[in-house]
Design a protein around this ligand. Structure first.
Ligand code: ZN
Length: 280
């Protein structure tokens, strides 16, 4: 989970240099990005022996995606760094999800469509981060639906080709009162329905394999990609934990439609439709 890419480094700001360092550290340890949608549906085509991860960015700041005056992508914005990395390493796909709130959408209004189109054409995704970035706890049913449905409708207008905004990152990780929580997944705003396939928390933990019985796409945990105030559960802590406990790490079998697990873990697996279980 990233927010700003800029200087100076702070709790919610990663410098371009440190973001490059993160991508390299992940790559060197055998981690490769996949899209959030592929993760949710368990379509993992990560090469055999490698581990998938999902890059996410909240708040749609201009430092996530910026054009320079000559029209080229700023090599120090998030998208510039991801694209540069994908050119350097053939097995690194430019996957990542950008959760956009309000009308900001990476800065200048007139560039929005070009930017959204670019993201989708290059394997990245745009997600919902609500209109006003509210604390959801304070909202009633119509408020929750306006914040999610309104932002979805608004974002979808900015793509050249039809695009379905169906993933949501919760502002502050906050959820509405219990009886309203279904509206995070489904609802209606201005006669248009929305349905989210993924709801992302702010968080301290990695999320289980999509084939695990505990997997809940409507409450996805995230690891903070930072080294500031991460309470020993930041990105580098998790890399270390998984290095020391390799049995806890998801390692791809390289076969997108086969779920391979040790026999001892067979009971913990829920195989998605259209996929096959291979226990060994
Ligand atoms: Zn936010």
């Amino acid at each position: 989970m990233y927010h700003n890419i800029g200087t100076p480094e702070a709790e919610w700001v990663r410098t371009p240099e440190n973001f490059r360092k993160d991508l390299q550290a992940l790559y060197d340890r055998g981690y490769l990005p996949i899209s959030l949608t592929d993760y949710v549906y368990g379509n993992i085509d990560t090469p055999v022996g490698k581990s998938p991860y999902v890059l996410t960015f909240d708040d749609g700041r201009q430092n996530n995606f910026r054009y320079l005056e000559d029209g080229s992508i700023d090599p120090d914005c998030a998208v510039g760094i991801i694209m540069e990395f994908s050119k350097k390493y053939e097995d690194f796909n430019a996957n990542g999800s950008f959760f956009v709130n309000g009308t900001g959408r990476f800065g200048p209004k007139e560039e929005v469509q070009k930017k959204f189109d670019f993201l989708v054409e290059n394997g990245m995704e745009v997600g919902n981060h609500t209109i006003n970035h509210p604390n959801m706890k304070t909202l009633d049913a119509s408020g929750v639906q306006r914040e999610i449905g309104g932002q979805k409708n608004y974002l979808e207008e900015s793509f050249t080709k039809p695009y379905n905004i169906n993933t949501l990152a919760l502002p502050f990780g906050s959820r509405p009162e219990k009886h309203l929580q279904d509206y995070l997944e489904k609802g209606t705003y201005e006669d248009k329905e929305y349905k989210n396939i993924a709801i992302l928390n702010v968080g301290w933990d990695r999320n289980p394999s999509p084939y695990h019985t505990d997997f809940d796409p409507l409450g996805i945990h995230r690891v903070r990609a930072s080294e500031t105030n991460v309470d020993d559960v930041g990105i580098y802590d998790w890399m270390e934990i998984l290095e020391k406990n390799p049995e806890r790490r998801f390692v791809s079998d390289g076969a997108e439609n086969i779920v391979t697990v040790p026999s001892s873990l067979k009971e913990k697996v829920a195989v998605p439709e259209g996929k096959e279980l291979l226990a060994y």
